[in-house]
Write a new protein. Structure first.
Length: 72
């Protein structure tokens, strides 16, 4: 019985930690990204201009957000 309780407590802590991580992503990271419509527009222009690489606005805008909010 005690072992089952310990497993349940560890599971609750893990879920709670994931919830905290998810809240941080929603509150801090997602607002930094351009809207999906803007991302698709930047992607289309990058493809149309033959610049689907690290010089495109699409890449640079997403890279900025990722650099400002590293995983870890």
């Amino acid at each position: 019985m005690e072992q089952q309780y310990q497993i349940e407590r560890r599971t609750q802590r893990t879920v709670s930690h994931r919830d905290d991580q998810n809240r941080r992503i929603v509150d801090e990271v997602l607002p930094g990204y351009p809207s999906i419509g803007d991302q698709l527009d930047m992607l289309w222009h990058a493809i149309d201009e033959g610049k689907l690489d690290k010089t495109s606005d699409f890449y640079k805008s997403l890279k900025t957000v990722k650099d400002n909010h590293p995983k870890g």
